[in-house]
Design a binder for this molecule. Structure first.
Ligand code: C2E
Ligand code: CA
Ligand code: CA
Length: 562
């Protein structure tokens, strides 16, 4: 017996088993052929393998299945010879040999069969592990759904089948997970995420797909006819969660970017469309859905171009600082200026800040620009000192994106000191933040700047997110009332109401001890009104537009408006 096995048949068996394969099915086919080589000699009636895999985040369900690897034509006995392999995660694979009817293997034969059985199980183990590895690379383990790579693979498959037009692509950012993370411990928040994803999946069809990009960002591929229902579904998902305490219900909505998928050549185009749509949706407020269109794409490209150009422009020093005088309301004396940036393009055209600052704000590059401006302002003040020009305070706008920088105050102080500019010659203009939590950070920042002798003003007061509460919480000395609140302007429709609002803001600010600056004063009438309402300082076209540095230097020599 042994002699025969060690001969050609064993060689053929081993060769078949070792052939490279790419799937479990292929391996099973080779194993069947390998078993066919030895079955007659070894009196094998049937061979099967039963696999058991526990549930895990890679497989959402327990997986148990039996595969018949070999079945002879002869009748089969029922006394099996079994061999089991157990894995660390509680999984197992059992290989069972059944002899042909009325045959019993001798001990020697049993040993041989078990040895070969071990080789078969090893071959399966290798292919399963390889498969697992592939899945790990394409799966989001914490969510149990595909990750970006998995999603892209899926898109490539549907594109290759020529069916991509039948689907709508989505990019979703789920609302409310910040809150969940705040109220639940980390692990429980993960469980809520897991439940949320199960809920999400329960609303889609078999051929549709939801994948997780990371955090609370998801992408999805949904059949066109289901797209509207999907939007309604993800806009209002309730997750019931019972941790250690009483049951909580979390409601989730989403910001949604969607794209129809006509004329798609590769997955990259889909990702670009849905992320552009999402970016646009994010700029709106609330549970908005934005569908991709050509315009949106062009706008995205324009923004990208501005950011690219910006970095080149900074290197080439294309940004110039203009100075808009501030005037004391009572005696019409010049008392300072605001530094306002312009972009002088190589063709000498002058680009106003509103054409690029909002884009740089989004991207964070604004921080670089603000320091560039501060540096130019300090160089200018240093020149005034050296040339014995009259010295007035200059205010510089700092975006709220800086609030995230813990070294901000040091970095500002370093710029001032490197130009030997006395700190009291600089004022930093900050706008308020939407988030009350940021008040604390902002008020710390203001305190630190003030401790350095640098003054701080709150810009655009009365718009956006300004709240009365902020006046109490932060210790600035100067409020700049936004120009939209100035009565008797070109666009004001109800001057009486505007006056009531404006006067109450001014009297409140004055009562709280703030110095009040009014911006956007364009006419004599407005000037007189501001003066009588109690504004301390005026900045506006009535006195001066923002001036190039040389013109501003000229103004310094007069210092008095008529
Ligand atoms: P802002 O800080 O509110 O600056 C005042 C804006 O009002 C300036 O526009 C100024 O030219 C304009 N203005 C002043 N007086 C009048 C007036 O009488 N009538 C009218 N209609 N407008 C008046 P500008 O220079 O176009 O700047 C726009 C915005 O760009 C600024 O608004 C500020 O938010 C931002 N910005 C400008 N330079 C910088 C900078 O260096 N850094 C940052 N972060 N933002 C800047
Ligand atoms: Ca300003
Ligand atoms: Ca302003």
């Amino acid at each position: 017996m042994e002699k025969a096995l060690l001969g050609d048949k064993l060689t053929a068996f081993l060769e078949l088993l070792q052939k490279p394969v790419s799937s479990e099915e292929e391996l099973a086919k080779n194993v069947r052929m390998a078993l066919e080589c030895i079955a007659g000699q070894m009196k094998i009636g049937k061979v099967e393998v039963c696999r058991f895999a526990p549930d895990s985040r890679l497989r959402a369900q327990i997986d148990r299945h039996t595969v018949v690897l070999y079945q002879s034509d002869a009748l089969v006995g029922d006394d099996a010879l079994e061999l089991t392999y157990r894995s660390d995660d509680g999984g197992a694979a059992t290989l069972s040999y059944y002899p042909v009817k009325n045959y019993r293997w001798e001990e020697e034969e049993q040993r041989e069969l078990l040895l070969l059985g071990n080789l078969i199980l090893w071959a399966f183990r290798l292919i399963i592990m390889g498969d697992l590895l592939k899945r790990t690379a394409t799966m989001d383990l914490a969510g149990g759904i595909p990750n970006t790579a998995g999603f892209i693979g899926r898109l490539a498959g549907v594109i290759a089948q020529g069916r991509i037009e039948h689907y709508t692509g989505f990019y979703l950012n789920t609302h409310n997970f910040k809150y969940v993370n705040k109220v639940l411990p980390h692990q429980n928040a993960d469980e809520v995420m897991w439940l949320y994803i199960r809920q999400l999946l329960s609303g889609i069809e078999e051929d549709e797909c939801v994948a997780r990009l990371g955090g609370d960002n998801f992408v999805a591929l949904i059949r066109n006819e289901n797209a509207d229902a999907f939007i309604r579904w993800v806009s209002d998902i309730n997750v019931r969660y019972k941790g250690d305490s009483e049951e909580k219900v979390f409601n989730f909505g989403a910001t949604i970017g969607a794209a129809q998928l006509k004329e798609i050549r590769n997955p990259g185009e889909i990702m670009l469309r849905i992320s552009s749509a999402y970016q646009a949706a994010r700029q709106k407020e609330g549970n908005d859905v934005v569908y991709y269109n050509e315009e949106l794409y062009k706008e995205m490209m324009r923004q990208k171009e501005v950011i690219g150009e910006f970095h080149r422009g900074i290197k080439k020093q294309e940004f110039v600082v203009y100075y808009q005088p501030k005037v004391n309301t009572q005696n019409k004396q010049l008392c300072g200026a605001e530094a306002l940036v312009r972009w002088r393009k190589p063709d000498e055209s002058l680009v106003p800040p509103m054409a690029f600052i909002p884009i740089l704000e989004k991207d964070g590059s604004i921080c670089l620009l603000d320091f560039y401006v501060l540096d130019k302002v300090c160089a200018f003040l240093n020149r005034c000192i050296r040339e014995h020009k009259p010295l007035y305070k200059i205010s510089v706008n700092f975006s709220k994106r800086h609030v995230e920088n813990p070294h901000l105050v040091n970095e500002i102080v370093n710029v001032l000191d490197s130009h030997r500019v006395p700190h009291e010659l600089i004022e930093i203009e900050l706008t308020e933040s939407e988030d009350a939590k940021d008040y604390i950070v902002m008020s710390n920042l203001i305190d630190k700047l003030k401790a350095e002798g640098i003054s701080v003003s709150v810009d655009d007061f009365g718009t956006g997110y300004s709240s009365m509460n902020m006046l109490k919480m932060i210790h600035t000395d100067i409020l700049k009332v936004d120009k939209s609140l100035i009565p008797f302007g070109r666009f004001n429709s109800d001057n009486q109401k505007d006056c009531i609002m404006f006067e109450s803001i001014v009297s409140l600010a004055k009562a709280l001890g703030f110095q009040v600056v009014a911006e956007g004063v364009e006419t004599l009438r407005q000037y007189e009104y501001m003066r009588d309402a109690g504004c301390d300082i005026i900045q506006g076209y009535y006195f001066d537009k923002p001036l190039p540095v040389d013109e501003y230097l000229n103004r310094l020599l007069f210092g008095q408006y008529s």
